[in-house]
Every structure is written in structure tokens, then in C-alpha cells.
Design a protein around this ligand. Structure first.
Ligand SMILES: [Zn+2]
Length: 364
């Protein structure tokens, strides 16, 4: 009985203690300065983007160059170093101001070892210790993650989920990527395979579509740009009437056709939203996030376009029908806003986060 009576006081003491601790930590972790600069690098199959980002998240300078996937990683790192030095020089930023760097690369990777493993679209980078090599080259600590996690962190720090405590991001492109951020924590998982949201099962039937990973029914087999085109071509082949031409078909043409009233294109987009909503409902009940964002190249025009807005509305309606009402009422579902800058911004943001976490107290 005495324990029960004292419990509210214990809880109060606990809350006060943690409030003081969290407040002081937050203050310590965000000593935003005009001087400190972070380098963010986003390695894509086509381009490598790099940007110098201030403590406040302002882009001071940015550039990009072609990846040339077959070239050796060492040659690419030399070009990266030159591009970095040019950025500093052209924008009159002293190298001493750059205190940390972050890099996001396509998976598979091993975050704990700082290794790129064997990404299919970057043969020249296989089995390379990117984190330590880059750190030696640039003479700053380097934070390493996969490209989808970096993009998610960018949206969390500066984009659609700015000032929200958590987010789950689905990136729709050639495949379906994902990132999960909860209160500054970027979920990497035991094997650096957390947030592989494209491989959530959304169809358990025997006829389910085959995912590129070899398993049937995964979201990527329905909601990637590749899958959307494949699903459309199958329907055209089966004789459905449409204005779409099969040769060289892409997701953008499907959005344009839907806008001009093509019913097959409209059906494909609605069904894509429904499959995506199944995936979102699963993570909504797993994470209970503040926001779910849809990013990547395939957003059917996003918020700027009637078809994009309809796509988003179908997702929202389907999710609301599938999750607890408390989750549905509070959950923000929206498009990402940073576009292709999200990756280098997020990489810089993660570098910033780790830089302040590892600074001895009182040293800044
Ligand atoms: Zn899969």
C-alpha cells in the first residue's frame, strides 16, 4: 500500500529528472552555430550529389557529378574529393569549418563495419570500407547509412516531417525503399536491413506477383515504377482498352493518361495506392509514427497535380479503414518535399547528430 501511495511521487520525480536531463541534452546537442558546417554525400546509380550544410540546415553550396558505376571506387573518391575542394573554394568556405561528413549509398551495406557490400548498380564499389576510407581522405569523422535512410532523415530534419517526432518514409522509384526515424534514431537493424519496406508482404495468395528478391507478394512487386509499368503492360496485353502505347511505357505516361481520363491508367494508380496502403497499415501498427511520407521519382505528380492528390487521398482512405482510429486521426500522410536533395541533406543531418553526440560535454 505504501509503495502504491508513493508511486505518483516517484513518477513525478522521474519526470522532473528526465525533463531536466532531456532539456539540458537538447540544449547541448543543438548549439547552432554560424561557423560549423557538415558535408552530406548521396551516392546514386546515376549521380553523386554533395552539399555543404550549416548547423541550421541551410544549404551553403551543392554540386553533383556522374557516378560512372563501372569505374573503381578509388577513382570516384578522388573525383569526390576534388568536387568537395571546389565547393569550398568557390564558396569561400574554410575547410576547418567542416567538422563531420555523412554519406548514403545504395544497399546492401554493413553499417557497423562501415562497408559497402554488393549493390547491383555499383559494381566498382563492391566490398569497400567506405566509412573509414572517406574519413581518412577528408580528415573528418564520417557517418554512413543507406541512401533511403539518409533521404528519410533529410525529410525528418528539414522536410515534410520537420518538427515531428517520428516518420516512416516509402521511396517509390525503380524499386521501393524505406526509412524509419524515431526521435533522432535512424533504424538500421541487426544486419543493416531495417526499413526494407519494399519487402513487406501485401499479397499472400499463390498468384501473388514475384518480387525481384525472389519472394512472392512483396510491396515492391506492386508499387515500384517497374512494377506499375509491368502491371499496366499485362492489362494492355489482355485486351483492355487504353490510350497508352506499350512501347517504352513509363510511370509518368500513366499519370498523364490518367489525367486525360484513361480508365486503365486511373485503375492502375488506384490499385497502386491500395497496395501501398496495406504496407503503410502494417508499419503504422508496428511503429505508430507521427508521419508517413511518400517520396521518390514515382508520385504521379505529387501535391502539384490532381492525379497525385487523388493517389494520396486513396492511400489515406484505405489506411484509415485499416488501422486503429486513434492512429488514423493523428497520422500525417503526405508526399516528401525535398526531392533529390533529401539524400545529401539527411547524410549531413546524421553527421551533425553524431558529431554532437560524440562531443565531450562542454567542449563546444
Ligand atoms: Zn522482395
Amino acid at each position: 500500500m505504501a509503495i502504491h501511495e508513493s508511486k505518483p511521487f516517484e513518477i513525478l520525480r522521474f519526470l522532473v529528472f528526465h525533463f531536466i536531463l532531456i532539456s539540458s541534452t537538447t540544449e547541448f546537442m543543438s548549439p547552432a552555430s554560424d561557423e560549423t558546417v557538415f558535408l552530406g554525400i548521396d551516392v546514386g546509380g546515376t549521380n553523386i550529389k554533395l552539399g555543404l550544410v550549416s548547423d541550421y540546415g541551410q544549404v551553403l553550396a551543392a554540386s553533383s557529378f556522374a557516378t560512372q558505376a563501372q569505374r573503381s571506387v578509388v577513382e570516384t573518391l578522388i573525383e569526390l574529393e576534388q568536387a568537395y575542394e571546389r565547393l569550398l573554394e568557390e564558396n569561400k568556405i574554410s575547410q576547418e569549418r567542416v567538422v563531420a561528413a555523412g554519406i548514403g549509398t545504395p544497399g546492401p551495406i554493413d553499417v557497423s563495419q562501415g562497408m559497402i557490400l554488393q549493390p547491383t548498380n555499383l559494381k566498382g564499389w563492391w566490398n569497400f570500407p567506405i566509412r573509414d576510407s572517406l574519413s581518412e581522405l577528408l580528415e573528418v569523422p564520417v557517418t554512413f547509412t543507406n541512401d533511403a535512410n539518409a533521404a528519410a532523415f533529410g525529410e525528418y530534419w528539414l522536410g515534410s516531417a520537420k518538427e515531428l517526432p517520428s516518420l516512416v518514409m516509402f521511396t517509390l522509384g525503380t524499386g521501393v525503399g524505406g526509412g524509419i526515424i524515431v526521435e533522432d534514431f535512424c533504424l538500421e537493424g541487426t544486419h543493416s536491413l531495417a526499413a526494407e519496406l519494399g519487402h513487406i508482404c501485401v499479397d499472400w495468395s499463390n498468384e501473388a506477383r514475384l518480387c525481384p528478391c525472389g519472394v512472392r507478394g512483396h510491396l515492391e512487386a506492386y508499387a515500384s515504377a517497374t512494377a506499375v509499368v509491368a502491371r499496366t503492360l499485362e492489362r494492355i496485353k489482355s485486351g483492355e482498352r487504353t490510350s497508352l502505347q506499350p512501347a517504352g511505357l513509363n510511370a509518368k505516361e500513366i499519370a498523364v493518361a490518367a489525367e486525360s481520363g484513361d480508365s486503365l491508367a486511373q485503375t492502375i494508380i488506384t490499385e497502386t495506392a491500395q497496395y501501398l496502403a496495406r504496407g503503410i497499415a502494417i508499419v503504422a501498427h508496428t511503429i505508430d509514427p507521427a508521419a508517413v511520407l511518400i517520396g521518390g521519382a514515382m508520385t504521379f505528380g505529387g501535391n502539384e497535380n490532381q492525379i497525385g492528390r487523388g493517389f494520396l487521398q486513396t492511400i489515406k482512405t484505405q489506411v484509415a479503414n485499416s488501422v486503429f482510429p486513434e492512429i488514423a486521426q493523428a497520422l500525417t500522410i503526405n508526399f516528401a518535399t525535398l526531392g533529390s536533395d533529401a539524400g545529401f541533406l539527411g547524410a549531413a543531418g546524421l553527421a551533425r547528430l553524431h558529431y554532437y553526440q560524440f562531443q565531450p560535454r562542454g567542449s563546444t
